[in-house]
Ligand binder design. Sequence first.
Ligand code: ASP
Length: 421
Amino acid sequence: MKLTSRILFAMITGIMFGVIFNLMNTATFSESILFSTIHKFLIDGLLDTIGQIFVSSLKMMVVPLVFVSLVLGSSALGNNARMGVMAGKAILLYLITTSIAITLAIILANFMEPGTGMDRVTDIEFTGKDAPPLKDVFIDMVPSNPVMAMVEGNMLQIIVFSILMGISLSRVGEKGQDAIKILESINVVIMKMVFILMQLAPIGVFALLARLFSELGLVAILDLASYFFTVLATLIIHGIFIYGIFITFLGGLPAHRFFKNVRPAIIFAFSTASSNATIPISMEVAEKRQGVSKSISSFVIPLGATINMDGTAIMQGVATVFIAQAYNIEIGLVGYITVILTATLASIGTAGVPGVGLIMLSMVLQQVGLPVEGIALILGVDRLLDMVRTAVNITGDSMVSTIVAKSERLLTEKTFYNRQD
Ligand code: ASP
């Protein structure tokens, strides 16, 4: 089997294993000694260990990979005025797709009315988070200490530092070329490391999903079925149709090919629920499967993983309408426009790690005067939705990098069309 098929197989068997185990847990088996031994040593022991090591090993690659490839990518474009144009195109597309996502979410949620008649009594407490002042967002983009930025994995700061370094490298002649050669060698090594990790991915993906689904109470979905399926339907419509339309009409490329190429990144995002941890795979997919030039992917992918979260915005849109309906509060047109603006900003501010989208939702709710405690109502199904929305988030990044590359004539179409698996 090809690697992608193996990872897909691991994903399906992992989910099946976890679901079966979870069902047995709720049945009488949970009392038996054999069952609790399996739980202790296999699920909480072996699978949890493998899963955590797998996620850490992906995260381990993020900072060195982004730094080296972005310095190289921007040094290749350093003397080229296109850099600013490219960045502008990417950011504009990120903002447009996120606004479409949230608008779609609000329309569908109003149509499906998931929160009407909802029992809003819950014993789970939830405390929200205040939005950082916009001013701080800009100030924080420039690192006062780049080493600290790398230690903390602060992606925007690393991006700013690396681009400046890359541009400078390309403008210092001979000396710069020496440094570029060294970075190129390091880059080859880092790509090799990512390649090795990808070979181990089927085991990691199986362990992550088997353990997660064995814990995940799927019963919670039944209680919140209309909310769950409204979010899921919007994510699927956005991820397939809206992205498909963008790729076909703006990129002039066949959508089915694009989705086939992006598959490995989707599986990783789904398994880890983290756009950040998926960066190494997203970059590999962009370069080796979509044919996007490194000078674009090295910038557009990490930027997208940090600021572009269409899936998260969709969840926030549906959740806002859901909570308003559950508490019987009218939002009104001005309220909806506020939701679109704040959810777009909130998704930019959401870090690409599991569950943060829900914390940022409190910012949106506060903005339109909805009770933040309402978040407790949807906590039960958030983990599963997090996995799907992260997959949408990274598909959006891949779509934008492909379109920008195509428009800049930096897409190798032979690579885009040639993948067999
Ligand atoms: N888990 C999401 C991501 O990493 C963020 C979120 O919506 O919680 O993309």
